[in-house]
Design a protein around this ligand. Structure first.
Ligand SMILES: [Zn+2]
Length: 334
């Protein structure tokens, strides 16, 4: 989702973001029709458009699930056509509530909680959450003007091994068994974050990521990780190894607080991010972070519009798991 144009921190006269209480949420979405009106206004701000071909030559028809027909391509469509919600049978009201819950829960929402809150199966809840996550897919071409903090971390691993792995990491300075490396940047000016999963921590993965996500004039702060050396950016380091965590502006506290939130979600909500889906979880946390200054109603609109053009199929999500597997990929029971 491209949110480059929005810099809430700089918006005039905006000191406090407006949340939505649960009572207000159900007043906003008293029934299915209200949810449809909301979603149509977000998806089609300039009038109804065919989700198959993009034509504006459309008309209303009396079809239960496809209330519109395109006069150009002759196909029936609904507001879900051409979005990540295509062919979903879940009522739009439940989708709106799921989007709200996903945005208002800083550590994320487990499929078990959504299953209970919406009375859908846990399998449906799990698939819904992955579809909502596609709306957080960032604009990978966005470049931060800086100053920028860059840092890498390790996510995942079995909970019972966590202490040993953490100990190993402290000793070796590197990740451990079962862990997946992630590199991220945070722009101190806009507070925006970008992060991607990487195969390994080395100059060939870290340097191009930082250079791709920062303007040439940006100053970059990192820890003493040698792989960041030689970037085509003004670069300052802080040496964690000698206890020097903050030296003037040379610190990485901002990106580290983002990692801390990601890890609280991992430990408190999801318990396991499978490596296959990890980027989607990273996008969720970064996307939620980048929208956090907006009013909740505007956050919900951004997510609704982010669903446009996204497509994710259940068979692809579970493809790497053999038939008869008894747990969903997040390690949660069905
Ligand atoms: Zn059409």
């Amino acid at each position: 989702m491209s949110t480059t144009a929005v810099n809430p921190a700089k918006a005039p006269g905006k000191h406090y973001r407006q949340g939505i209480s649960l009572i207000e949420l159900f007043e906003m979405f008293p029934d299915e029709a209200a949810a449809r009106v909301w979603l149509e206004a977000e998806i089609w701000p300039n009038g109804r458009v065919c989700g198959h071909c993009g034509s504006k030559q459309t008309s209303e028809v009396t079809h239960k699930s496809m209330p519109y027909r395109c006069r150009d391509c002759k196909q029936y469509f609904s507001v879900k056509t051409g979005t990540a919600l295509a062919s979903s049978k879940v009522p739009l009201r439940k989708w709106a509530i799921a989007i709200y819950l996903e945005l208002s829960s800083l550590k994320g929402v487990s499929s078990m909680k959504l299953h209970r809150d919406l009375k859908v199966t846990q399998k449906t809840a799990w698939f819904m959450l992955h579809r909502i996550r596609t709306a957080f897919a960032p604009d990978r071409a966005e470049q931060f003007s800086g100053p920028v903090e860059a840092d890498e971390t390790f996510v995942g691993g079995k909970a019972k091994n966590m202490h040993a792995v953490d100990r190993e990491r402290r000793i070796s300075g590197r990740g451990g068994v079962d862990k997946t490396a992630v590199v991220g940047v945070k722009d101190r000016d806009s507070n925006r974050v970008a992060a991607v999963v990487i195969d390994s921590v080395n100059a060939a993965t870290l340097r191009p990521f930082v250079e791709d996500h920062t303007a040439e004039t940006a100053t970059v702060y990192t820890d003493g990780e040698p792989a960041y050396r030689g970037m085509a950016r003004e670069h300052e380091t802080v040496a964690h190894s000698v206890g020097e965590f903050v030296r003037g502006q040379a610190h990485t506290n901002g990106i580290e607080s983002f990692w801390a939130m990601l890890k609280r979600g991992y430990q408190g909500v999801y318990h396991h991010f499978s490596a296959k889906h990890l980027q989607r979880y990273i996008d969720e946390f970064a996307g939620r972070h980048n929208l956090r200054e907006l009013d909740t109603v505007d956050q919900m609109g951004m997510v609704a519009r982010g669903l446009i053009g996204q497509r994710i199929r259940y068979v692809d999500l579970v493809a790497s798991f053999p038939a008869g597997t008894v747990s969903v990929p997040d390690g949660e029971p069905w």
